[in-house]
Design a protein around this ligand. Sequence first.
Ligand code: NAD
Length: 439
Amino acid sequence: MVLKKTEIKKAEGKLGVIIPGLGAVSTTFIAGVMMIRKGLNKPVGSLTQMGKIRVGKGDDAKDIDIKDFISLVNLKDMEFGGWDIFEDSAYESAMNAQVLTKDDLNSVKDELSKIKPWKAVFNRKFVKNLDGKWVKEAPTYWDLAQMVKDDIKKFKEEKKLDRLVMVWCGSTEIYQQVVPGVHDTLANFEKALKESHPSIAPSMIYCYAALDMGIPYANGAPNLCNDIPAFWELADKNRVPMGGKDFKSGQTFMKTLLAPGLKSRMLGMTGWYSTNILGNRDGEVLDDPDSFKSKEVSKLSVLEQILQPDEYPDLYKNFYHKVTINYYPPRGDNKEGWDNIDIFGWLGYPMQLKVNFLCRDSILAAPIVLDLVVFFDLAQRAGLTGNQDWLSFYWKSPMHTPDEAPEHDLFVQLMKLKNTLRWLMDEAPVTYLGSETYN
Ligand SMILES: NC(=O)c1ccc[n+]([C@@H]2O[C@H](COP(=O)([O-])OP(=O)(O)OC[C@H]3O[C@@H](n4cnc5c(N)ncnc54)[C@H](O)[C@@H]3O)[C@@H](O)[C@H]2O)c1
């Protein structure tokens, strides 16, 4: 069955990965890719590198590597660049972050040390707990956007790049909502850039530069950034893929694993209490209530959509959902999360579930960054434009149109992702009907 004739340009030539924010997550991602392509380690956690996809029916069905099924960029063809408010090279920043061991970092020290951040676009009003001096200065925000574009053009020429993808791995900015007259249309946004309007966050300036140059943009943090009508319009106009928000890495990943399971058995829930301790720079930034508010909104949204309390009032009406993050320096990047889930079963008898996840934040996030880079590059080569909802698998708070609810159930998200890959390759979707599987 032919579903769609999609012309996908081959992943030939070099891909530039440009990252605002050379901190714990991005340096763990970059160092990891460097180690993997040297054969020193395996890309554990990455669907694009280790995942398989089932194609064909009955006796002909086979599981093949996703990267053999569809043309994806080879890790060897990636070049990295980025911006930060601190002048440290990617090697120095990774050493400070203390996620990877000194031995691991030293195995790619030369390459990593060559990545020196470009000066950042920064405004302390949006990240109160950080202050750095490696920052661009210009008369207006419009000029700052042009300076970001110049960095990108130079990088593209120097490294002889064919394509680019931008991923925001910068700190979480304060909570914002769409401001009419600034964020609502592209014309208003461009005017506001020229007037250096105070409602324009630094992340939006990078994002504007990328989308305006036709570069796909992925937002790894929960702040508003590209989720504004002006950027939906710009992405549409320039036919660029984009997406966000907030990498779904630790506690929310667990939540979107467990909640669909509990609901599938029609078990009720009266409350879900989540708390975390975290001691890295991200934890320090989130210690500011305005930045935490962005994170809180992103983390809280998932259960409501999965449990559908309006559809299942006997099971989920008035369930109580609480999320906190506590900055606790001794733990560094090794976040510990506790979840207490109050559920009830047959005849309303109560039960409890406790989850204690001793995770490593950046170890969980790095392969997500890799997959997003690979899939956003694919999306662009396949001519997919605007918000990429088939990549909701990777987001805590997937961007969506106002008339469409986002999908949070991890397994629905995975099915959607794989069926999109099949659709791109003119393969029939897998719906798990017996007839499809067995004949
Ligand atoms: N680690 C995870 O599991 C995870 C999950 C979801 C989201 N995130 C988000 O990813 C982002 C990165 O996390 P991290 O742990 O690497 O944090 P980090 O603090 O180690 O790194 C962020 C970097 O961004 C820089 N920065 C801040 N504002 C900037 C700007 N305007 N321009 C350029 N650089 C800027 C900071 O100096 C810092 O080096 C955060 O927003 C975090 O909330 C992380």
